[in-house]
Design a protein around this ligand. Sequence first.
Ligand code: URP
Ligand code: ZN
Ligand code: ZN
Ligand code: ZN
Length: 460
Amino acid sequence: MSILIKNGRIITSTLDFEGDLFIEGEKISALGKNLSVKADQEIDASGKLVFPGGIDPHVHLEMPFMGTFSSDTYETGTRAALFGGTTSVIDFILQKQGHSLYEAFNEWSGRATGNAVGDYSFHMAVTDFNEDTRKEIEALVNQEGITSFKMFMAYKGALMIDDRQLTGLMTEVKKQGGMVTAHATNGEMIDFLVAKFKEEGKLSPLYHYLSQPEVTEAEASGRFADIANYTGCPAYIVHMTCEGALNAVRNATRRNQNVFVETCIQYLTLDASLYDKGFESAKWVMSPPLREKKDQQTLWAGLNQGLVQVVATDHCPFFWKQKEMGSEDFSKIPNGHPAIEHRIELLYSEGVAKGKISLNKFVELTSGNAAKIFGMFPQKGTLSPGSDADIVIFDPLKKHSISAKTHHMNCDYSAYEGWELTGKCEKVLLRGKVVIDDNLCLVEKGNGKFIKRNKVSGKI
Ligand code: URP
Ligand code: ZN
Ligand code: ZN
Ligand code: ZN
């Protein structure tokens, strides 16, 4: 099967030209102006943008967490991602403390295999680093293509590891050619603040926000960067939200350290005033919490300064009933919100259409940099001969609005209900197949493939 996409505005992290793109089988075989090739199918992309399928390197599908499971399965979550132009996701395997990494890998593979609609890979979150788990890292990197290892510096008593384990894990991951990523907030400080507010009877979602002040993130981000620098391990901070944390990285990069930063679409577009809505604010209970307008400004600037390389979602949806587990106590509200479907359209509408970022930057942030950082480039994250034909055909003028009534995520509320957007994914191709066409998904569960990733250099 071959497809010719004609007369589109073709954008990658570096290209921007009007032309054609030729696909044979699962791969892109040529791009250029007025390609003279015969194809089985032609798609007219006049007036449309043509860019690489998105990569969301931070999602939680069917994740056991805080006494429940995040509500999107591999099927519903990756399908919703496709509707929003995201063709690949990287999910987090959570090791169970006291158990092996491979046990968790098998459990997550079991949920994903045969169910994912879009392509996927895994990060391994190590929640118990010891001599046994250390020995598993080599095989995960070399045999399974899992080359990134996550550490939680918070969620004390559940997922958190201490600095001793953190240092050991970084040392081993560096040796094996991998990357460490961190949820970088100070778990001890947060634990103290949560306990203090609860003792004082302050139990509403607002106190979730107040128990994770900016300093908890700034301190841990700096500490993580410093330990990574000492061990020489390439490092990546997930879901950064604030000025203090970004300044810690700004400092670290002065010594030419490889420390990458991800922010998430919600931290660029939503702010802490949403914690003023009584229990309804539980919709936005996530960790770290939403921040101030000044932090949003710092993050947008950080994108343009190249200090923040990736915009992800931290998609971790829960039904309202699940959120109600914390109606009497904010610390029991499952942390996370639905976003996987809206990242690309929100970043286009709020970023490109409003003149905050360029189109090339938009592609870097939604696919190109994640592919490079996590060892998938140039298979994913670009449009070049030999790359997977993961492609979004995007109408930059189409207006539409977000609602839980129309989204495809398995969640009964939207964090962006009623938002009006400019620009919409019209067609999405995954490995040479049209998977989304005008609001219809044309493929079934099992269509998604596991992406084995390469070792990382820590350079992009
Ligand atoms: O609130 C969040 N972020 N939930 C998912 C788990 C995590 O910390 O990434
Ligand atoms: Zn076990
Ligand atoms: Zn996190
Ligand atoms: Zn997360």
